[in-house]
Design a protein around this ligand. Structure first.
Ligand SMILES: Cc1cc2nc3c(=O)[nH]c(=O)nc-3n(C[C@H](O)[C@H](O)[C@H](O)COP(=O)(O)O)c2cc1C
Length: 163
């Protein structure tokens, strides 16, 4: 507990933990994120709250595609290399193993359990430090079978990104 009940309550929200990949021509990037949710059934839309200053923001703004990579809990080591920014770790993608998704050519990280690939239909300035990226899902794949409870979440790692 801290002196800030809003921070404490926000940190009680259980999030998934994903690798967001993006493509602009021959530039590929991957970052970790938890502020991700489906936000419409028809059409099927997802929203990602994305740091304005991230490298991914520039790539999505230009390339207009992204993919959400989901991992099994037991594969948590596979997502960790993407937790540093491209600016701090310029070789992030050179050292990564991935293939490209069929519809949007976004990186699918080797060892991921599943992916959703999206066309970015909007980037909404919500007057905060993150923008809302809205993606229309145009493809998906499941590489490792499992249930939702087998998928990696933020609490599994004991990390947080809220408050
Ligand atoms: C546990 C954790 C969760 C994160 N969740 C988000 C998120 O939901 N949205 C976001 O924009 N950044 C999030 N970040 C921060 C980005 O991963 C970070 O800014 C990253 O360096 C961006 O990489 P890039 O500059 O290569 O795009 C999170 C970081 C960590 C460690």
């Amino acid at each position: 507990m801290s002196e800030d009940p809003i921070k404490d309550a926000l940190n009680l929200m259980p999030y998934g933990f994903y690798c967001i990949t993006s493509t602009d021509g021959d530039d590929f990037n991957a970052m970790v994120a938890n502020w991700v949710s489906q936000v419409s059934f028809d059409p099927r839309l997802v929203a990602l709250a994305l740091q304005k200053k991230s490298y991914t923001h520039t790539v999505i703004q230009k390339g207009k595609v992204l993919a959400i990579n989901l991992f099994l809990k037991k594969d948590s080591e596979l997502i960790k290399p993407f937790s540093k920014s491209r600016n701090k770790n310029p070789a992030k993608m050179e050292n990564a193993d991935y293939t490209l998704s069929p519809e949007t050519s976004c990186p699918i990280i080797t060892g991921a359990a599943a992916y959703l690939e999206c066309k970015c239909i909007d980037i909404v300035d919500i007057q905060g430090d993150h923008d809302l990226v809205i993606g229309e899902i145009v493809g998906a794949g499941i590489m490792k079978s499992g249930e939702a409870q087998d998928i990696l979440t933020l609490p599994d790692l004991g990390w947080n990104y809220a408050g």
